[in-house]
Design a protein around this ligand. Structure first.
Ligand code: NAX
Length: 324
């Protein structure tokens, strides 16, 4: 068995944390032969709840779980961290303007990025789940100037998985029949799930569905799926979000030919360099790479541009607030 990998999870006492931690402890994040040391970061009032989750983790007697530390201290949380899952965030509350939301999250992701810069292991990989995920990741990345920018990513894998599931149901095929699906842009209502490059049983997905379904049903339903879950469940997506976080990091570490992830743009596909935007990506040797040469038709161009404009506006707002 290899040496334990240190995995830091913020917002560990929350509902995504509750679903995520057990899957990490069971070996699904990194591999079934990789022991993990868990570091749980919470705000002080939630430390007791995190202790309760840790008690249950211990009760799982997971062979791969080497240790659990619970803390409200950033240095302790990120000291030697190899993987950081930044889940805890400030939710938007009634009457909160976008600027207030971004400022509140800047107060979380700025200091966390700084602590990662100062204390994390040199191979640190960061996944931001807490919303607004792309811009929170941008803030953390700018606060960690000594860490390669491409180690900061944000999660659009839940959107990717939702799109695969909905397309599979529509075409009555197993999810494994769907290849090369891409979520472009922001993890928000403007995200663009691209079926023009998606392949199902060797044929373009867009050719197998009618245009009205693609534009009038599929795209809005993927984007609004979170709201539909809240309506049905009375609580926001948790286990599916945790599952997507597991998928994202597992693929990052172990490699994949094609998925969607929000990574720092290098200017590909007209997305301004530096923005953290979702792209078609592959991973090899622990590094994401934006897949090049994916055709972008006029319809896709308009959708991608709209989502990227939203990301640029968020970046400008956090810049004005002095957060980046
Ligand atoms: P919960 O409210 O259940 O849990 C959040 C936890 O974070 C709480 O325990 C809170 O005490 C903790 N927290 C707050 N500030 C913190 C800080 N500064 N340091 C450490 N911990 C802190 O939310 P949950 O349902 O778990 O969702 C977590 C985040 O994921 C939210 O921002 C949510 O919007 C976001 N999501 C992102 C998704 C994505 O696809 N990127 C999908 C699911 C989810 O909506």
């Amino acid at each position: 068995m290899s040496t334990p990998v240190t995995v830091t999870v913020t917002g560990a006492a929350g509902q995504i944390g509750y679903a995520l931690l057990f899957r990490i402890a069971s070996g699904q994040l990194l591999g079934s032969d990789v022991p993990v040391r868990l570091r749980l970061l919470e705000i002080t009032p939630a430390l007791q709840a995190a202790e309760g989750t840790a008690m249950e983790l211990n009760d799982g007697a997971f062979p791969l779980l080497a240790s659990i530390d619970i803390t409200d201290d950033l240095k302790t949380a990120f000291d030697g961290a190899n993987v950081a899952l930044l889940v805890g965030a400030r939710p938007r509350t009634a009457g909160m303007e976008r600027g207030d939301l971004l400022a509140a999250n800047g107060g979380i992701f700025g200091p966390q990025g700084k602590a990662i810069n100062e204390h994390a292991a040199s191979d640190i990989k960061v996944l931001v789940v807490g919303n607004p995920a792309n811009t929170n990741a941008l803030i953390a990345q700018h606060s960690a100037p000594d860490v390669p920018a491409n180690r900061f990513t944000a999660m659009t894998r839940l959107d990717h998985n939702r799109a695969i599931s909905q397309l599979a149901a529509k075409l009555s095929v197993p999810v494994t029949a769907i290849e090369h699906l891409t979520i472009w842009g922001n993890h928000s209502a403007t995200q663009y799930p691209d079926l023009y490059n998606t392949v199902v049983n060797g044929r373009s997905a867009a050719e197998q569905v009618d245009e009205e379904w693609l534009t009038g049903t599929f795209i809005p339903e993927v984007a609004q799926r979170g709201a539909a879950i809240i309506k049905a469940r009375g609580a926001s997506s948790a286990a599916s979000a945790a599952s997507a976080a597991i998928d994202h990091v597992y693929d990052w570490v172990n490699g994949t030919d094609w998925t969607s992830a929000a990574v720092v743009s290098d200017g590909s596909y007209g997305v301004p360099a530096g923005l953290i935007s979702s792209f078609p990506v592959r991973s090899a040797d622990g590094e994401w790479e934006i897949i090049q040469g994916v055709p972008v038709n006029d319809f896709s161009r308009g959708k991608i541009d709209a989502s990227v404009a939203e990301l640029a506006a968020e970046r400008d707002a956090v810049r004005e607030l002095g957060l980046i």
